[in-house]
Design a protein around this ligand. Sequence first.
Ligand SMILES: [Zn+2]
Ligand SMILES: [Zn+2]
Length: 317
Amino acid sequence: MVLEHRPVPAPADDELLVRVRACGVCRTDLHVAEGDLPVHRPGVVPGHEVVGEVVALGAAVTGFSLGERVGVAWLRGTCGECRYCLAGRENLCPYSVYTGWDEDGGYAEFATVPADFAYRLPEGYPDEKLAPLLCAGIIGYRALRRAELPDGGRLGIYGFGASGHLTAQVALAAGAHVSVFTRSPHARELALDLGVAWAGGAADRPPEPLDAAILFAPAGELVPPALEALDWGGVLVLAGIHLTDVPPLNYQRHLYGERTVRSVTANTRADGAEFLGLAARVPLRVRTTAYDLGAADHALADLAEDRVTGAAVLLSA
Ligand SMILES: [Zn+2]
Ligand SMILES: [Zn+2]
């Protein structure tokens, strides 16, 4: 990444201009920066967990006011007309566009967002703690819903970074029995501190079979052990936008007994609104490490090397 001066963007008629106060660093930014995802906009400004203040309104915007705190997230446009959009599955819209990939995002002092895709944010959280909710939190929430965990069920969480530590708290608040799998001793410590029942190594056997598991680590080699850890009838949810190759599976060991594998693809605005509503009712302990905006490269490198416990967040001066 390079640090450079660009003009303050002008909001289109349907957009808000936001002065960025905090922007979370998501693993997807790393995939964009490192070319794991195809380039959609050369020289794009990454960042899609933006918390900021509305400083200008496009001519056609209603319902927002200057000075209001808003969130800008990954999904920033859908066609509204395709069969997915019409069925309430806009996360699958083939014409969707994304913040920090198709359009400039929040590793900047200013960002724009279509008003229809801006989020109102819960009270009670400082900017730094809200930022990770906007992708890590929302995606984790969607993944948890797709896991279809029964009441009081046994959930495994593979990878315990920004998304994992938020999702664990949502599951715990709903009465789940949570096991955490991570190679990071700091993350295991955080997990136990948050109240999970068990925390072990990345591919360890859990003490009891799982009703559902969510894989947040971008490591395809964890799919077979995660499937083996499932009870019969269990569900494994793959929550990342990018996963390294999955090794060959053995039908008896990994799939038989009606075990299910499913992916998560982005989220709908309804997922976002539901999760942020939940965060307003259930106080989440958001573990963050703050960096100056100018140290974005450093934050990404720390994320790549597993040196961040919780979520990295860039703060504007
Ligand atoms: Zn569509
Ligand atoms: Zn993200």
